[in-house]
Structures are given as C-alpha cells and as structure tokens.
Ligand binder design. Structure first.
Ligand SMILES: [Zn+2]
Length: 386
C-alpha cells in the first residue's frame, strides 16, 4: 500500500494527514514489500504470546508514523485504518522471523547519532568506535555498555516521547492559548484543572506499560490539535532523545572503567548532555528557551513512570522521586553556566510547568488504589485474551 502524496515535501503539505519520516514510514510504505504477501492480518491473533508481544510493539512503532489532525474526517480515518492494517501485516511478518529478523535502526536514531558523532569527534576522536542500536521493550529507556562501547535505546522511547509530548502540546494549545494565541494565566489554570483528568488518563497507559502486559497495538492513535502542536512535539522529542543519547556517550567517553550508577558520574553525564544540546556545532542547536523545558518535562515523565511502577509492583508510592527530579532541576545551574537568562527561561517554561504540576496532582489524587484501578480498567478494555 502506498499513501497518497508521499513524494518528498508534498506529504508535509497535507495538514490533515501528517507523515513522520523520522520513524519507520519509508520502510513500511512500500507496495512491493515481499514480506507482506504471504502473511495477511489474520495470523496476528493466533501468534504465540512472545511473538505477539513483539508484533504488537512493532505495529505500534510502524503505524505511529502517520498522525491525523483533529479536524480529519472519514476519508483520512480510512487512510489511517488502511495504513494501520498494512503495518500490522508487516509487524506480524517480522515477528514470525521474516527475512531480516528485527527491523533496521529507524532514521531518527541514525540521524541523531550521526549529528552527535559530528559534534563530539573533534574533542573525542574515538567517538566513531561507539555503536548505537535499538531494543524493543516497552519503556522509556537508554543504557550503555562502556566496555563494549555500545549504546542501546528502546525504539518505543521515541514514539512514547512523541506521543506524550503531543498530548502535552495539544493540552497547552487547548487550555493556555485561546483565539488570541496568548497565554491567559487565570483562565488557563481553571482550564488546566478541567482537562487534567483527560490528559492524565491519556498518559497513564504509556507510563504503566513497562510494568503490565499492555498491548501497544491497541493503544489509541493520538491526533494533533494543530500542525504547530505536532511540530513542537516532534521538536521536543528530538531534543530529549539527543539528551538521552549524549548522556550515554558521556558514560562511554568519560567513565570507562568506573562503577556504573555513581551519582557524581550521573551528574557529570547530564552536564555533558546539556552542553551538547547547547553547543554551537550541534545542528539541532536552536532556541534554548523553547527547548530546555523539554528536558525538565522528560525527567518529570521518568519520575512518574518510576512512581507508577512502584505502585503497580505493590510498593509504597514515592511521589517525590528526588533523585530523578533533581537531575531535571540541574537545568537552572546549567542555564547560568551557559549564559541563558534565567528570567526568560522561567517565564517561558511557566506554561509547561503548570501543566506538568497539574498532571502530577492528578496521579497523586488518584492515589495508590486509583492508579492500579485505572491501569486495570485500561487492561480490561484494551487487552485481548491470551
Ligand atoms: Zn547514566
């Protein structure tokens, strides 16, 4: 199946169907794909559990590269539906051990890694010995094996971040910016409170997915409230991924031979990553004032993922997650160090921080039983048997 208008720039002009070329779009969007012919979607429900988990993760990854605008109608929904079935066919073929086994590294990883290597090469000539590859578990996660000079990142990390960023930017669009496209502070807070249950419910499954057998294939496909909201979500995702990978590069380039998990080393790796994002030689370097709140937001999501994990594993809740949260707050000393005006940074991140605080209150208000209940409901409504 081929999507209409997939010829280069043309695709980006179709505002109701947005195509994400940094994901697996090009890999899947091939009518000639030989893997698809012998499969057919009917095989999926009968896969053994491990293969179905894998197919479900891949299906989620593949279909995520097409995003609909909120104003999309039946015709666009039909496009997405056909796209999704095609993606399920290809995902199933991979899960059954298709000709190439796991899919290749997605473009976002190849591009992000090349940009990082270019930025670091002059100071660290052995940077090209480092290899980066994908894993396929369901969590926001990157890690390194310094002895082997290997970095691994879960492929869903990118799509989770993009989806969570999109839910977030949709909400900002809906609650904070009215017709005038200005932030209305007083009206904003009430609106945020009204919408936070919806946002919280939307995010919970993603943050709970490392701890329960949720079928990603059945997760909703989030629509974009606007092209701007979608663009911001993609941009923040790129900054967050660069930060994550740069942090792991630090462990390999600076910390080989050290014991992992040392707090000072973690801090040094974070500083290294902040510097990469802010460096003149990094092609993604852009407006720090706009981009830096995305790192704070990333750490807040990690903290929530961890809090929810403790709850679902029947431990007592740790809402503070001080260790993780402190890492996000380092941004303020880094802003000083790099000469970003703190006042501007604080003002601009006001909108995002307000939303995140509302979301944290939502999860906290739900309480331990509430969170378990909501995840249980989601499991019941979204998980096929077996
Ligand atoms: Zn680390």
């Amino acid at each position: 199946m081929t999507l209409e208008g997939d010829e280069g720039e043309e695709a980006r002009e179709i505002a109701l169907v947005m195509i994400d070329k940094s994901g697996y779009f090009d890999l899947i969007n091939s009518e000639q794909d030989p893997r698809v012919a012998y499969i057919g979607g009917s095989v999926y429900p009968n896969l053994p559990p491990r293969a179905r988990d894998f197919a479900s993760n891949l299906h989620y990854l593949f279909r995520s590269s097409v995003v609909l605008h909120e104003d999309a109608g039946d015709a666009e929904r039909e496009v997405l539906s056909r796209w999704s079935s095609h993606c399920l066919d290809v995902a199933t073929a991979y899960a059954l051990g298709g000709p190439e086994g796991s899919p290749p590294a997605p473009p976002w990883l190849v591009d992000c890694d090349a940009a990082l290597k270019n930025t670091l090469r002059e100071r660290y000539p052995d940077v090209d010995e480092v290899s980066v590859s994908c894993s396929f578990e369901r969590r926001l996660h990157a890690w390194s094996i310094p002895a082997d000079k290997k970095i691994r990142i879960s492929a869903v990390t990118r799509e989770y971040l993009r989806t969570l960023n999109l839910i977030f930017w949709n909400a900002i669009q809906a609650t904070a910016f009215g017709e005038r496209a200005e932030f209305d502070y007083r009206g904003g807070w009430d609106a945020i409170r009204e919408s936070r249950d919806r946002i919280g419910d939307a995010m919970l499954p993603y943050l709970a997915s490392p701890y329960r057998r949720l079928d990603l294939s059945l997760f909703p496909v989030w629509r974009a409230a606007s092209v701007d909201a979608y663009s911001m979500a993609v941009r923040w995702t790129m900054v967050q991924l660069t930060f994550m990978l740069a942090h792991e590069y630090a462990h390999i380039l600076l910390h080989a031979g050290h014991v992992a998990g040392n707090r000072d080393l973690e801090k040094e790796a974070d500083y290294f990553a902040y510097r990469v994002i802010a460096s003149d030689s990094f092609p993604g370097k852009s407006n720090l004032v706009v981009d830096w709140p995305s790192i704070d937001w990333y750490f807040r999501m990690l903290a929530m993922q961890s809090s929810i994990g403790r709850l679902l594993n029947d431990c007592s809740a740790d809402w503070q997650q001080d260790v993780i949260r402190r890492r996000g707050l380092e941004i303020h000393s880094m802003a000083n160090f790099l000469g970003v005006r703190r006042g501007v940074l604080a003002l601009d991140s006001l909108v995002s921080v307000t939303h995140v605080a509302a979301l944290q209150h939502f999860v906290r208000d739900l309480g331990e039983d509430g969170v378990r209940g909501r995840v249980g409901d989601f499991l019941a409504s979204r998980t096929k048997g077996g």
